[in-house]
Write a new protein. Structure first.
Length: 380
């Protein structure tokens, strides 16, 4: 099989996904244009209600993007400058950025070397009298060990914010058999609708989930300039809203989310079967108790050079990505926290060893077979 014989391989094929539901998407967007209610149109409220029903939570408050959602959530919880918020050391910058912007102190915890989720065994030792919150990031599409994290948060009277930007649709099963959706277990959950997300719109977008009516009201108020009624401002707020056009797109795509997750798992299973016996490749390790939505399919390389591996695949027409090449605590912007190389050895090792393969809902069998063949040919 030659690369010329198959459709161009992409990390995420948004165009093909759109083409399959084009009539529905186009009609939904045209309705918004015809109504011309581009800000806070009826589709925003309708989508929030539909997502609320899908997730089984009591309140969904939409916002401009996932990072805004993190900031608004911490504002709603009333954290004060110098309060400490615990985050994993291996993550995207968004949660840490929101913490720092509010004058709070990010406190890093290393991650599990197999699952890449926050290491719950190291959590308690990082809690001080200044700690107010834990933010587990449900990385790459599965939930962190929420049962233990929730027990710890309750014991120390800490707030719990879930960064569910990569895990919308993942289900967590507690030891007693209870099931809850990612983003609905903490005080507030946050998700992103960035186009490449499992539930993505055609621009920026985000949402906050909570089961607390008072928190929901405060989230809405802060996201709308701190006002409950127009021109009456009860708190300092921000301007963060989901565009009506984006809400209309999300209304359509939400109907397909379960099938999208199923398609991603099918791709992941084929990758697993192809690479599970390769001593140089650690396939994704599933968390106990959590389903996986495979926002990314991320390998950990063992005893090999990532750059040469990536270059070889690029030459074969197979794209790859690295999430993430540098840990947040070593970034220039966060040097003020005083961390040094070696402080979080697992996170630092992962940044040099992880690589993500193409993963999307429209993966064709021929494309994936070619990706697998190309990877295997690297090893001779």
């Amino acid at each position: 099989m030659r690369t010329a014989d198959i459709k161009k391989i992409q990390m995420v094929d948004l165009r093909s996904q759109y083409e399959k539901i084009k009539p529905e998407i186009d009609a939904a967007m045209q309705e918004v244009i015809d109504q011309s209610a581009f800000i806070n149109g009826p589709q925003v409220r309708l989508f929030a209600g539909e997502l609320q029903e899908y997730l089984g939570c009591k309140h969904v408050v939409t916002c401009g993007n996932g990072t805004d959602g993190l900031q608004i959530a911490m504002m709603a919880l009333g954290f004060k400058p110098s309060d400490e918020v615990i985050v994993p050391a291996f993550t995207y910058v968004a949660a840490v950025e929101a913490i720092a912007l509010l004058g709070l102190k990010p406190v890093f915890v290393d991650v599990d070397p197999s699952t890449f989720q926050i290491d719950v065994d190291q959590l308690e030792e990082k809690i001080t009298q200044k700690t107010v919150c834990i933010i587990p990031v449900h990385l790459f599409g599965q939930c962190a060990d929420m049962e233990k994290i929730m027990q710890l948060a309750t014991r120390h009277q800490l707030k719990l914010l879930e960064d569910a930007a990569q895990s919308i649709g993942a289900e967590y099963v507690f030891e007693d058999g209870r099931k809850m959706q990612s983003g609905t277990m903490g005080d507030i959950g946050i998700t992103s609708f960035f186009p490449s997300k499992n539930l993505g719109c055609f621009g920026d977008g985000g949402a906050m989930m909570t089961n607390n009516p008072d928190l929901a009201e405060r989230l809405r108020m802060i996201a709308s300039h701190g006002q409950k009624r127009k021109y009456i401002h009860d708190a300092i707020g921000v301007n963060s809203r989901l565009d009506t056009l984006q809400a209309a797109v999300l209304q359509v795509k939400l109907k397909y989310l379960d099938s999208y997750i199923k398609s991603r798992n099918k791709v992941a299973e084929k990758y697993d079967a192809a690479f599970k016996y390769n001593p140089n490749l650690q396939i994704p390790v599933r968390m106990n108790g959590s389903s996986h939505t495979f926002h990314q399919y991320t390998l950990r390389l063992k005893d090999m050079e990532r750059e040469s591996f990536s270059k070889y695949l690029t030459e074969k027409g197979v794209p790859t990505m690295v999430y993430y090449p540098m840990p947040v605590h070593l970034q220039e912007a966060y040097k003020f926290l005083g961390h040094q190389k070696g402080d979080f050895p697992v996170a630092e090792a992962l940044c040099g060893e992880v690589i993500s393969l193409p993963m999307h809902t429209e993966m064709e069998d021929e494309q994936q077979a070619y990706i697998i063949k190309s990877i295997n040919s690297f090893f001779g």
